[in-house]
Ligand binder design. Structure first.
Ligand code: NIG
Ligand code: FE
Length: 413
């Protein structure tokens, strides 16, 4: 099917070719005002100014949509989520309101261990159907490509169950999904005093099955005081890499314990969180190919300091924005709010935030050839806004639903 969209107020993030954006390039967001967009079989086939329409599309298709006053953006690329989980955790939310910290809750068996207990009791079907609803909700909010992690199993059976659920989501969803194995999310109670025993289980029990069944694209480790050290992270990543899984890592959320340096040495695709960054961490990241993925809604929800986005950008780091959708630290997959928060609290410019949540997010999932910009040959995963006065209005008018429609693969959802 061929669809022509005409009279687009602004067509946002139009690029002939793309690069991972860093430093000042992040603020350059190409737009075309009064634009058209042609979609053939779900793929972007042509675009340009309305005055070029006759030249670029000599024969108009039957199916034409008038997008008068609407802005069209590439759908969000959410490169870090944990959206497969068994139960929400509002009771911990209340504990936090009453004064407990995230670390206090984890120490008394809450947090990730709480989710792991529930996940191991849930069936694959139950997990699939709740995750499917969350995925559909995220799509309605404009997300067109997404990464999903395991990490609430912490047993071979539980981790494999989660990864099989993600595989089924990949098969059934129109969204593009990448899968990450996060067996090293925390030490399960049974291995509290026997870290090597759990690392052995990850390496010898879980990874061979994951590789044989092609259950994951990436490997992740939560590198943090009280969780996995940077040396443990290196051991686990090297085992994953021997099966072709690139590292995509949780580092520097609560402490700086050498995670960035190790991740860069491992040539990690991304280092995610980054609330706590030293000067050395920043210069190490800046001089690498690793993407720094900022998760501002986790900092917001946990009432922590935000990621130093301005310093990272000014030091030439490549950064992406993601939702961290999970029941403990970010129970929302709303990328519109992620973009708004990054402008409001981290002083990112709207252009920087939109680039970080689209094209750089696509790079952080190695999906840059298909998603993240309006480029001929890429998939037509698009956000159609309601009439808005400017692009900056999107993060400015935070919390309002400014999305009119979302298109995935050329079809409105
Ligand atoms: O990315 N920090 C580690 N993992 C998740 C939170 C997991 C949880 O609390 O359930 C995160 O924030
Ligand atoms: Fe996370």
């Amino acid at each position: 099917m061929t669809t022509l969209i005409t009279n687009i107020a602004q067509l946002v993030n139009t690029r002939k070719e793309t690069n991972l954006l860093r430093g000042t390039a992040l603020a350059e967001l190409p737009v075309i005002e009064d634009a058209f967009l042609l979609i053939e079989d779900g793929i972007i086939a042509a675009y340009g100014y309305m005055y070029e329409l006759e030249l670029k599309v000599p024969q108009l298709p039957k199916h034409i949509i008038d997008a008068h006053e609407q802005f069209i953006l590439p759908a969000w690329c959410d490169s870090h989520t944990h959206l497969v989980f068994a139960k929400t955790r509002e009771e911990e939310f209340i504990d936090k309101i009453k004064g407990m910290s995230y670390a206090d809750i984890a120490a008394k068996g809450g947090g990730i261990l709480n989710s792991a207990g529930k996940l191991n009791e849930a069936t694959e079907d139950e997990l699939f159907s709740s995750a499917w609803k969350r995925l559909e909700e995220a799509a309605k909010l404009g997300t067109g490509a997404i990464e999903i992690k395991s990490g609430y199993g912490l047993t071979a059976a539980g981790e494999l169950k989660m990864l099989r659920v993600i595989k089924k989501l990949k098969e059934k969803s129109n969204l593009s999904i990448k899968s990450t194995f996060l067996g090293a999310h925390t030490y399960p109670i049974a291995y509290k005093e026997n870290h090597q025993g759990y690392i052995d289980s990850i390496i010898n029990e879980m990874l061979p099955v994951i590789a044989a069944e092609k259950l994951a694209d990436y490997i992740d480790v939560f590198c943090e005081t009280g969780f996995f050290s940077s040396a443990e992270m290196e051991t686990i990543c090297k085992a994953g890499m021997s099966y072709g899984l690139k590292p995509k890592l949780h580092v520097n959320q609560l402490n700086s314990i050498g995670g960035i340096e190790s991740a860069v040495k491992l040539n990690a695709l991304s280092v995610d969180h980054l609330e706590t960054m030293t000067d050395v961490d920043i210069t190490t990241l800046a001089s690498s190919n690793t993407i720094g993925t900022l998760l501002p809604t986790a900092a917001f929800f946990l009432r922590m300091q935000y990621q130093p986005a301005r310093t990272l950008i000014d030091n030439n780091c490549a950064i992406a924005l993601a939702s961290d959708y999970n029941p403990g630290s970010s129970p929302s997959g709303n990328m519109n709010f992620v973009v708004a928060l990054s402008c409001i609290q981290m002083k990112m410019l709207p252009e920087e935030a939109i680039n970080a949540a689209t094209i750089n997010g696509a790079y952080a999932m190695e999906l840059q050839n298909e998603f993240g910009s309006i480029t001929i040959g890429k998939k037509a995963n698009l956000i159609f806004t309601k009439p808005i006065p400017s692009l900056a209005y999107l993060p400015y008018a935070f919390g309002n639903n400014l999305i009119d429609k979302v298109m995935i693969g050329g079809i409105f959802i």
